[in-house]
Design a protein around this ligand. Structure first.
Ligand SMILES: NC(=O)c1ccc[n+]([C@@H]2O[C@H](COP(=O)([O-])OP(=O)(O)OC[C@H]3O[C@@H](n4cnc5c(N)ncnc54)[C@H](O)[C@@H]3O)[C@@H](O)[C@H]2O)c1
Length: 465
């Protein structure tokens, strides 16, 4: 049987499998078993960890009584799963470094793919995906949920309508607070070989938004970045470090506001603590422990093909979470402020454990969103955008509707790189394909290279997209 025969091709998108059944996968498993179950059947799970797959099946059984468990396959049986379950669409939610392997194998088996961001973590892997997509003609969609956030759509509409003329520059600052930012230093993300670092793992979202908003692609990148706050050296120097490898079972972690206590959360216990005997995955490592190879403070300067420039900063140890963006145009300026959390506070119980799943909680005050258009010679005008419900400012639920709801995103076919072009089905061009995935990556990859060399990097020398 040829690779192409592993998947049934017709009718399209009736039988989906999810590979990588960690935390993020629940968004997709629940959508496929729930809201979209009349259109698409969830027919397979695949992971290196059988326990985590069983937990997802328990969650589905609780939410959908009477539902039969989804057949669970070990990672080495991925191809067998595609064949036996006649899969035609694969949703990839594994650790970033493994995305390329599953995307390419799924495409070669004749399946279409939805992959979590980042599409992959380096240029060679991105080239493999692009080549496989072109060779097979399969559809690759990258799950850029932020494109579906209503306020981001409003920005795209304002820019596309010429409200502030031609864009000369963008100024973009993204802050991760002590609760969320620290989480990247507790688990596999803390090693660049797994995640590509935050320039890839996190900023792929932000660089994708800028590419999409400007309708352009990055050409030259210069960057400086380092590990300023987390890691053993910085932790020791500032007296923040405690003496433990992982928080579970450690007295030293008890009143550490940077520790996550897996046993305090039924979700984290079942998904990770109870599963670690199979693969040794510790999700609660010390953020001030050794072995961190990613940066936490990064400054990037980008020149785009359109001539616009971007100054971008990502900080992973901020007191509040959110972002500020300003677009300078030939006829005015657009300014966006999004406060997702306003402050963080230690949240440790009297027995030393954490009262919430992280030792740090966010303040109760509601954040705010402010979108201003400041046209030349006119007073500022606030554009009111209804706040989206659900994760990522309402982006998740809208993205799911586009991916699984039967409305073809219109772009999504990977080869042409024109998915940001509006179509009748997708007037904002939100469906992101493999070329978009690669273009969102190259800024971060070039920034990583620039961190190492101290020199500007021509993006084409890394990846010609
Ligand atoms: N779009 C978003 O906003 C968003 C949010 C969170 C996570 N994500 C992405 O989702 C993906 C998963 O993140 P997560 O937070 O769920 O991580 P996680 O650690 O909770 O889950 C990862 C899963 O992958 C499995 N896995 C690891 N290696 C594997 C392999 N070789 N084969 C099969 N399975 C393997 C693990 O066992 C685990 O179940 C990441 O790529 C992440 O970037 C995206």
């Amino acid at each position: 049987m040829s690779q192409q025969d592993l998947c049934t091709a017709s009718p399209r998108h009736r039988r989906a499998a999810v590979v990588g059944l960690g935390a993020r996968a629940q968004l997709f498993t629940e959508a496929l078993a729930g809201a979209y179950s009349d259109r698409i059947e969830l027919v397979g799970f695949c992971d290196v960890n059988a326990h985590r797959m069983a937990v997802h099946n328990d969650w589905l059984a609780a939410a959908h009584p009477g539902r039969a468990p989804v057949p669970a396959y070990a990672a080495e049986d991925f191809d067998e799963m595609l064949r036996r379950e006649r899969v035609d669409r694969v949703v990839v939610c594994t650790v970033d470094r493994t995305h390329d392997d599953y995307i390419v194998r799924a495409l070669e088996a004749g399946c279409d793919v939805v992959t979590e961001k980042p599409m992959t973590i380096d240029a060679d892997r991105a080239r493999r995906i692009l080549q496989a997509q072109r060779r097979t003609g399969g559809d690759v969609r990258v799950a850029f949920n932020y494109r579906y956030n209503p306020v981001h759509a409003a920005v795209r509409e304002l820019i596309a309508s010429g409200e502030i003329g031609e864009i000369g520059s963008v100024h973009f600052e993204w802050l991760l607070d002590l609760r969320h930012g620290a989480d990247y230093f507790r688990r596999w993300h803390r090693e660049k070989a797994n995640s590509g670092g935050l320039m890839v793992h996190k900023s792929t979202h932000h660089f994708d938004l800028v590419n999409w908003w400007l309708g352009s692609r990055p050409e030259t990148v210069y960057a400086q970045g380092g590990l300023f706050f987390y890691g053993d050296e910085a932790g020791r120097r500032r007296g923040l470090a405690r003496d433990y490898d992982r928080a579970h079972g450690s007295a030293a972690a008890k009143n550490d506001p940077f520790a996550v206590h897996l046993a305090d959360s039924s979700v984290l216990s079942s998904l990770y603590l109870d599963a670690e005997h199979e693969d040794g995955y510790h999700r609660d490592q010390n953020v001030f422990g050794p072995g961190v190879t990613i940066e936490d403070d990064m400054a990037v300067l980008v020149r785009y093909a359109s001539g616009a420039t971007l100054t971008y900063h990502l900080t992973a140890y901020a007191p509040w979470e959110g972002y500020r963006i300003a677009f300078n145009g030939s006829e005015g300026r657009i300014e966006l402020l999004v406060e997702e959390s306003t402050w963080t506070r230690p949240d440790v119980r009297s027995d030393g454990a954490s009262a919430v799943m992280h030792g740090t909680a966010v303040g109760d005050e509601a954040g705010r969103t402010e979108l201003l258009v400041r046209r030349f010679w006119e007073p500022p005008r606030e554009v009111k955008v209804p706040t989206g419900e659900g994760g990522h400012g309402g982006g998740d639920v809208r993205m799911l509707a586009d991916l699984f709801g039967g409305v073809d995103g219109g772009g999504g076919n990977g080869g042409g790189g024109d998915s940001d072009r509006p179509s009748a089905h997708d007037p904002l061009g939100r469906a992101a394909d493999a070329v978009d995935g690669a273009r969102s990556l190259v800024t971060g990859l070039a920034a990583n290279r620039s961190f190492e060399t101290g020199m500007p990097v021509r993006v084409r020398e890394l990846l010609d997209v």
